[in-house]
Design a protein around this ligand. Structure first.
Ligand SMILES: Cc1ncc(COP(=O)(O)O)c(C=O)c1O
Length: 438
């Protein structure tokens, strides 16, 4: 815990001293200039090593449980045993799952193209985007010409009062992006009530084909065993009669090898049939050999495997939390999330400072995700959100990177208050009389 008086309460002299100490420390860190990268949520080498047994695991046996020769073409819905794995990740039955290529993002793109062409009749409705959110969802929308509208992400999920009111009145709103468990970047897990309201949302929307894109990328990526669970959205959608308007996504990208995983789509049987037909113009079938080896590797040991990931990741999240609270708690210059899972920590600076803090960190060698990336169009209206991705660097590197980040936050915040004080005293010393209003 910081014993320093908050900068906002320091006198001009105190703040000048603080600032010169912070400038000196920052210059020292800048001279060290260790190049470090906290930009993307990639698994570390140690995490990838956990899945090295994938290589050669089939030992020449390419036959699936139902006798399919996985080396050959065919089977757009994927192997039965792979769909069972997807069902475990998505919390649905295997008959409502498609096991596809190696990337859920690619499936989201395909599903959005399918919705655009067949459900939205080639119109480009606006997608609601809870913010801060996942930048690649925004890029995907941009690439398809789908406008975006930001909605607030609260501690228990998207602001449903705001969203229900918006969609009921406006038939140009065609869908919403959701990362319901350990959201990117805040780590939020949606509450049972929010999940139920999202499941029922298409029934309240003015747009006939309002679609909930449920990107459950981190469904089993808890950092500890007490992490909050997620309600079953498809069960709730079935109860609300909205099951055709719900697209579920997951993948093993951050379970096995990030570049050689298996992606899953879940939805109603109507949606699956329609999507299968749509996809059949683009593929004769997925990589079933990879599906078979992934299932063979994970079968019966998903929980243990994810615990091994957590054992590598948790100490890194602890470094982030420890550095932030030691340097910033009590200073009133930032707040941040302490996630129970996922890959990110979301930090809010004082308004207007995120860009300059990221630039200060970059000048001292530490790369962070660009300011604004967590907002549609890359513009954070308050310029205050910073996404921290602690997974890739080793704990020692992370320690150094966090020292640079907190030094940048302290320096930019102290400069901000110093400027406020200077402006205030300039106004006080200014002899020009203020013009009378009447
Ligand atoms: C929320 C979210 N969805 C999807 C992805 C990408 O998943 P995939 O590798 O399966 O394409 C990521 C990766 O960071 C993510 O954070």
């Amino acid at each position: 815990m910081s014993r320093i008086t908050p900068y906002s309460r320091q006198s001009a002299d105190e703040l000048s001293n603080t600032l010169s100490a912070l400038e000196t420390r920052y210059e020292r860190l800048k001279r060290n200039n260790v190049p470090l990268d906290l930009t993307r949520g990639k698994p570390s080498d140690a995490q990838l090593d956990l899945s090295d047994a994938l290589d050669g695991i089939l030992q020449g046996n390419y036959e699936s449980a139902d006798g399919t020769d996985t080396r050959n073409y065919g089977g757009i819905r994927g192997l039965r045993e792979a769909r069972e794995l997807g069902a475990e990740l998505l919390g649905v039955t295997p008959d409502l799952v498609m096991a596809a290529g190696n990337s859920s993002l690619q499936l989201m793109h395909a599903a959005a193209c399918f919705a655009h062409e067949q459900r939205w009749q080639n119109a480009t409705p606006t997608m609601l985007c809870p913010v801060p959110g996942y930048d690649r969802h925004f890029t995907l929308c941009e690439s398809l010409g789908l406008p975006m509208r930001s909605v607030t992400l609260q501690d228990d999920g998207p602001d449903m009062d705001q969203i229900e009111e918006l969609v009921a009145d406006d038939d140009s709103l065609g869908g919403i992006w959701c990362v319901p468990r350990f959201s990117n970047p805040t780590g939020t897990t949606y509450s049972n009530e929010v999940v139920a309201r999202l499941a029922a949302l298409p029934a309240k929307a003015a747009h006939k084909h309002f679609t909930v894109f449920w990107d459950n990328a981190y469904s089993v990526h808890a950092l500890h065993t007490d992490a909050p669970a997620l309600a079953n959205v498809l069960d709730l959608a079935n109860a609300a009669g909205t099951q055709d308007n719900l697209f579920l996504f997951a993948s093993t990208s951050k379970i096995t090898f990030a570049g050689s995983g298996v992606a899953f789509f879940g939805g109603s049987s109507t949606t699956l049939d329609e999507l299968e037909t749509f996809l059949s113009a683009a593929t004769i079938g997925p990589d079933k050999v990879n599906q078979l080896r992934t299932v063979k590797f994970l079968k019966g040991r998903l929980t243990d495997h994810m615990a091994a990931h957590a054992a590598i990741l948790k100490p890194k999240f602890d470094v982030v939390e420890d550095k932030l609270s030691t340097a910033l708690k009590g200073l009133s210059v930032a707040d941040w999330t302490t996630p129970d899972g996922g890959y990110f920590v979301s930090l809010n600076t004082l308004p207007g400072l995120a860009k300059s803090i990221i630039a200060l960190a970059a000048n001292a060698g530490v790369k962070l995700t660009a300011a604004g990336a967590t907002w549609p169009g890359g513009i954070d209206p308050d310029d205050r959100n910073i996404r921290i991705a602690p997974s890739y660097p080793d704990p020692q590197e992370l320690d150094i990177a966090m020292d640079v980040l907190v030094a940048a936050i302290q320096l930019a915040s102290a400069r901000y208050y110093k400027q406020l004080l200077d402006e205030h005293s300039a106004r006080r010393d200014d002899p020009t009389p203020t013009r009378s209003q009447n």
